[in-house]
Design a protein around this ligand. Structure first.
Ligand code: ATP
Length: 628
């Protein structure tokens, strides 16, 4: 029930709408009850089944009421005269409202009252629904925003362990299920019990003994529903896991659609998706099998009890022992059967609630996941970089027992360029990722100006570092917004200046809307070289003192390559750069080249010095990698 309370806590900001909605629900229910109650005067007016009882004379001749001529059934309840009195007074009040000497006039009054009641009932139904929609949709918005906020703050490691599609499903599909449970919680758990109470009250007023018998429905239905509910909770979890798989395949295929097409794998991917859709179908059916049982089984129980009452009441009417007039008995039956609807709906709401709680558990699981890279207590902001970045005896592993970096010592002084080279999987990217605290080392420390970076706030470190990765990530926004990403106020002049320095201005001006052109998802409307130059312009715009550069390995054509190279030179000028180098020109320009292999530094020095080491890895790599 923790999930239940958590969902409720999201409703708190909307308590005014909620209170309004509850009030409207109460009024709606009262008017619904009134509609049924009006049946008695209607039957009376049309068929004259019951003689008029005056308020001053509660028991009129001919009406076997008041308990004096009560049947054995009336005796069961004992002390019903109070309720009889209430019944008679209510009946009289309604009669006085409707009854006119001419029955036609009574009928007209009756019709007018019906119209008024229906109108009011439906106005309250509308208001209740609308006010509830405010609370419900607000709750879902807040939950989604919180979920997204948490997701965006989680550390990189989390995203490596969870498939994007599965996370997408939590933000979309699971949250929608929570919405359904919220609706169940908010409206239905007030509306249906209230309707049941109103109908129960009316039934009690009409005939206490028959009402007592009909109460048998409640424990029987409750037993069925709670049993079903438990099963629904489990099955919903399984179904939503399948939904996660489905979304994951969808997002992977759409994200990699070029590769899918290039490898002619459309049919394979379709089959994979169909497989996941099939599993989802099976899990949904398993859920439906039990969920759809709730309403019919509780209806069967209720109807059996109803039929029992029809029989018992009928027998006593036929035997002439009934204390009820025919209009009372018919109304009682209608009241009873009217009570079945909210009872059945309550069962359905309970199943929805169980579904929602299962989904809520999955949503809160993410909201409750703590980010692993956070500001340490007492962390202070890093204001400037003046001296050096030092890696001190750094070791790191992604999986326990599988070291990726061991005993790394490295110093990068202000203004220097250090080039990291080494075979694939040597740990170059991991080493670079330690500096902006994408990962924390398991031993040793990275220091900026002699202080462990964990003593600084994460945000302040990252503000001083620019990262240009191999894969240029652009957002589907305007070119200008992409260049100024992360900056609140920026002048177009600065954007243009950065674009010029990154050799991007010319091609931007050729785009249909210049700097206002939208670049498409991940920048698909641009060429590889153009995307890279935009990413470089973005880094120039940020103007960080420290730069981490992962040079793109994919080769561009000579002209594009030259433009990118020039842009990079502008970018590196007057900065301190750690570069994962794939280009000869970069390694030649580096102050120090660090050669990594198997997570350890095995060589370091200038290009010339390392080339001179005949048996060194650098010389071999140089022949393979850089001499093209
Ligand atoms: P490349 O030049 O191919 O990009 P690299 O030198 O940058 O390689 P890293 O990406 O740092 O190498 O990876 C170093 C090692 O860590 C590799 O063996 C890799 O398989 C492993 N590794 C990288 N990322 C993860 C991860 N998220 N989880 C587990 N292992 C990882």
């Amino acid at each position: 029930m923790r999930g239940f309370r958590r969902v409720l806590s999201y409703i708190r900001p909307y308590r005014a709408s909620l209170a309004g909605s509850i009030l409207c629900t109460i009024l709606f229910t009262i008017f619904s009850g009134l509609m049924v109650w009006m049946l008695m005067p209607t039957l009376e007016t049309l068929f004259g089944t019951s003689p008029v009882i005056s308020v001053t004379a509660p028991v009129t001749p001919g009406e076997p009421a008041g308990g004096e001529t009560g049947s054995a059934m009336d005796d069961v309840s004992g002390g019903t005269s109070g309720l009889q009195g209430v019944k008679n007074r209510l009946k009289n009040a309604t009669r006085n409202l409707i009854s006119r000497p001419d029955p036609k006039d009574s009928l007209i009054r009756l019709c007018l009252i019906y119209m008024l009641v229906v109108l009011l009932k439906n106005i309250f139904a509308y208001l209740q629904g609308y006010l509830m929609a405010i609370a419900e949709n607000g709750l879902i918005r807040d939950l989604r925003v919180d979920l997204f906020d948490r997701l965006s703050r989680l550390s990189l490691g989390f995203f490596e362990q969870n498939r994007t599609g599965v996370l997408l499903a939590r933000v979309t599909s699971d949250v929608t299920l929570v919405k359904r449970s919220a609706a169940a919680l908010l409206v239905e758990f007030i509306k249906h019990p209230l309707s049941i109470l109103v109908f129960l009250g009316m039934a009690l007023v009409i005939s206490p003994p028959l009402t007592l018998i009909s109460l048998l429905i409640l424990p029987a239905s409750a037993w069925i529903i709670t049993r079903i509910g438990r099963s629904i909770f489990r099955r919903t979890g399984r179904m939503q896991t399948e939904m996660g798989n489905l979304t994951a395949i969808l997002s992977e295929t759409l994200g990699g659609i070029r590769v899918v097409k290039a490898f002619d794998m459309e049919a394979y991917e379709s089959a994979r998706f169909a497989g996941a859709a099939g599993s989802y179908f099976n899990k949904s059916l398993r859920l439906a099998r039990i969920r759809k049982l709730a309403a019919p089984s509780s209806e069967v129980v209720a109807t059996v009890v109803g039929i029992g009452i029809l029989y018992l009441g009928g027998v006593s009417i036929l035997g002439g022992t009934s204390t009820l007039t025919p209009d009372e008995f018919i109304t009682f039956l209608i009241v009873l059967f009217s009570m079945f609807t909210p009872l059945r709906e309550l069962g359905k709401s309970y199943t929805k609630l169980q579904q929602g709680l299962a989904a809520a558990e999955r949503v809160f699981e993410i909201i409750d996941t703590p980010p692993t890279i956070v500001d340490s207590p007492g962390a202070s902001p890093l204001r400037d970089f003046t001296g050096a970045v030092d890696y001190r005896n750094i070791s790191f592993e992604y999986e326990p027992g599988a070291p990726v970096l061991t005993g790394i010592d490295l110093s990068l002084r202000k203004g220097e360029i250090i080039a990291l080279v080494g075979p694939s999987g040597a740990g170059k990217s991991t080493l670079a990722d330690m500096l902006p605290r994408f990962y924390d080392p398991i031993a040793g420390a990275v220091e900026i100006d002699g202080t462990d970076i964990r003593e600084y706030t994460v945000g302040s470190i990252r503000r001083l570092i620019g990262v240009v990765t191999q894969e240029t990530i652009l957002f589907n926004e305007s070119v200008a917004r992409n260049i100024a990403y992360g900056l609140d106020d920026f002048g177009m002049e600065r954007v243009e200046e950065a674009a010029r320095a990154a050799n991007a201005h010319e091609f931007i001006m050729d785009l249909p809307d210049g700097y206002e052109t939208f670049v498409g998802d991940r920048g698909v409307r641009l060429s590889g070289g153009q995307r890279q130059r935009l990413a470089i312009a973005r880094a120039i715009m940020k103007n960080p003192p420290i730069l981490i550069l992962d040079e793109a390995t994919s080769s561009l054509d000579t002209e594009s390559e030259m433009l990118v190279q020039e842009a990079l030179e502008h970018l590196m000028k007057d900065r301190t750069t750690l570069v994962i180098a794939h280009r000869l020109s970069t390694v030649q320009k580096a102050d120090t080249i660090v050669v990594l292999e198997g997570g350890q530094i095995i060589q370091r020095g200038t290009h010339e010095a390392l080339l001179a080491e005949e048996e060194g890895l650098y010389r071999r790599l140089h022949t393979l990698q850089f001499q093209t």
